[in-house]
Design a protein around this ligand. Structure first.
Ligand code: PLP
Length: 294
């Protein structure tokens, strides 16, 4: 089985319909150079992406990821991806993967300066081993994101809510969290509400009700959070979307960061204050998230 795999895609229009898109894919050596130096994704972070969890060769929640890729593309004025073409590219990548956990990345870039536009590719690789963090949880610090909850609506050019390739700020926040002795961060809006982590969504439990920040406030709508909500509803719990004040973080009966590849990790402390941990539910969520999901 191939351990790393890369496929360049020649993107076709969203409206085009055909049965087989194989002739629009070119497999390239994942370890060799493949991009032009004029790539605007690398020069400016001008593009959008998705990371899909793959369990034993099954790509999880493909449609929600493709829908969010299309949403991000629209927000960035990029050509909307052809769902079926990308679905077939994901299928081809997943077919190369063996047992265990892997990650498939979808990248849609503005393209090459004075050259082909847009450019697109899919990669597949083994995932990092997250068993320990799923078991032990994460200590988080809260960090000011620098904008208020109204910014997404007031200033759409900030592209809040699009999963763009410009993750330098997210990575800087993780480094700041480590400097402060924590494992991860939770962004707060400048008006004091909870947003998301740099690479994950947040879910809080209050009794039998679960809540997450409403996705209209400039955050990504997490595919894992959506899937966890389906599972919690099926188990008879109540779920909702709210404006969550920062003070609620340490009042919660339990709290998790959830994302497609790391899955669910319990938050054990916020800014040094311990948070209650629900180990049984964390295990249940991860067992569900590791099962095949479409
Ligand atoms: C900023 C941000 N929020 C939330 C998420 C969680 O999204 P998903 O559950 O679709 O992986 C991610 C995932 O990478 C992210 O980068």
């Amino acid at each position: 089985m191939t351990r790393r795999f890369a496929l360049m895609i020649d993107p076709v229009a969203a409206v085009e319909q055909r049965a087989d898109y194989a002739d629009t894919f070119t497999q390239v050596d994942a370890a060799a150079p493949a991009l032009s130096v004029g790539e605007l994704s690398t020069q400016r972070g001008d593009g959008v992406f998705e990371s899909i969890g793959v369990i034993d060769g099954h790509a999880q929640e493909v449609v929600p990821h493709l829908e969010r890729l299309a949403h991000s593309a629209r927000l960035c004025d990029l050509p909307v991806p052809n769902q079926e073409q990308w679905r077939q590219a994901i299928q081809q990548a997943a077919a190369q993967l063996g047992a265990g956990e892997s990650v498939i990345k979808l990248i849609l870039s503005r393209g090459v300066e004075h050259g082909p536009t847009p450019t697109a590719w899919v990669t597949a690789a083994p995932a990092a081993d997250f068993a320990a963090v799923r078991r032990n949880g994460v200590k988080v610090v809260t960090l000011d994101r620098g904008y208020d909850l109204g910014a997404a609506e007031r200033a759409p050019w900030l592209l809040l809510g699009a999963k763009t390739l410009s993750y330098a700020v997210n990575m800087a926040a993780l480094r700041e969290a480590k400097r402060r002795g924590a494992d991860d961060a939770i962004f707060l809006s400048s008006d004091g509400f909870v947003l998301e982590a740099p690479t994950a969504s947040l879910i809080l439990r209050f009794g039998d009700r679960f809540t997450t920040p409403a996705p209209n406030g400039g955050i990504l709508h997490g595919t894992t959070q959506l899937s966890v909500y389906d599972h919690l509803l099926a188990r008879g719990f109540e779920v909702g979307y709210d404006r969550i004040p920062a003070a609620d973080l340490t009042r919660a009966d339990a709290a998790w960061l959830v994302s497609s590849v790391r899955l669910a990790t319990a938050i054990t402390a916020v800014d040094g204050t311990p948070v209650a941990v629900d180990a049984a539910l964390t295990d249940d969520l991860n067992a569900y998230l590791l099962s095949p999901r479409d």
